[in-house]
Design a protein around this ligand. Structure first.
Ligand code: 5GP
Ligand code: MG
Length: 183
């Protein structure tokens, strides 16, 4: 398949590089939870819509363990005066989190405010454990302490699209990750 790269985008992570890394992450996750899941327990994987849908689909297929899936959808805007985000839940969870081993899956961590809010929200529901996996960790602008358990790729800065990430709802379907070129 030829690789489609619209003008204005610079390829950053190829579909092959993403696929290889996601398989490694899945192996690591299966190994880690294989050691803690009790008989008849399964992992609860929570994807953050919309951005995480492609990474989530690839990652769960690489985790060789019993697991269940749920999604949450959040909208957040940042308060300029505080290190916090105002988060509105556009789609809530459908599964019980209490006493479950929960793995949150997100496309990218940037300021970290949305994920910090989500982890806090989930922690209050009393999970047995709570971990975070992100495809991309963009750490330069981080505003809060965020412990990320599984990182696909580290980048410093830039606006990225593809592999679920959008620019005004475009480009989510691109199989690789691209950097938006500055005009
Ligand atoms: P934050 O960590 O800043 O609270 O929120 C992270 C969210 O901002 C991500 O889930 C994503 O929706 C969006 N975001 C952050 N950096 C980027 C980026 O480089 N590209 C795209 N498309 N979205 C981003
Ligand atoms: Mg997102």
């Amino acid at each position: 398949m030829s690789s489609y790269s619209p003008p204005g985008l610079a390829p950053l992570f190829s579909p092959k590089a993403l696929a290889d890394r996601v398989l490694q992450m899945g192996d690591q996750i299966a190994k880690d939870y294989g050691a803690v899941l009790e008989p008849r327990e399964s992992l609860l994987v929570i994807g953050v819509l919309n951005g995480a849908f492609i990474f989530m689909a690839d990652l769960v297929r690489a985790i060789n363990l019993p697991l269940e899936i749920d999604f949450i959808r959040l909208s957040s805007y940042q308060d300029q005066t505080e290190s916090s985000a105002h988060v509105v839940m556009l789609k809530s969870l459908e599964m019980e989190v209490k006493n479950r081993h929960v793995l949150v899956v997100e496309d990218i961590a940037d300021y970290g405010l949305t994920l910090a809010w989500l982890l806090d929200f989930l922690r209050q529901k009393g999970p047995k454990s709570l971990k975070l996996a992100v495809a991309i960790n963009k750490n330069e602008r981080r505003k809060v302490n965020l412990a990320i358990d599984y990182v696909g790729f580290e980048v410093q800065e830039g606006f990225l699209v593809g592999y679920g990430l959008d620019y005004a709802q475009n480009y989510r379907h691109l199989p690789g990750v691209h950097k938006l070129k500055a005009n």
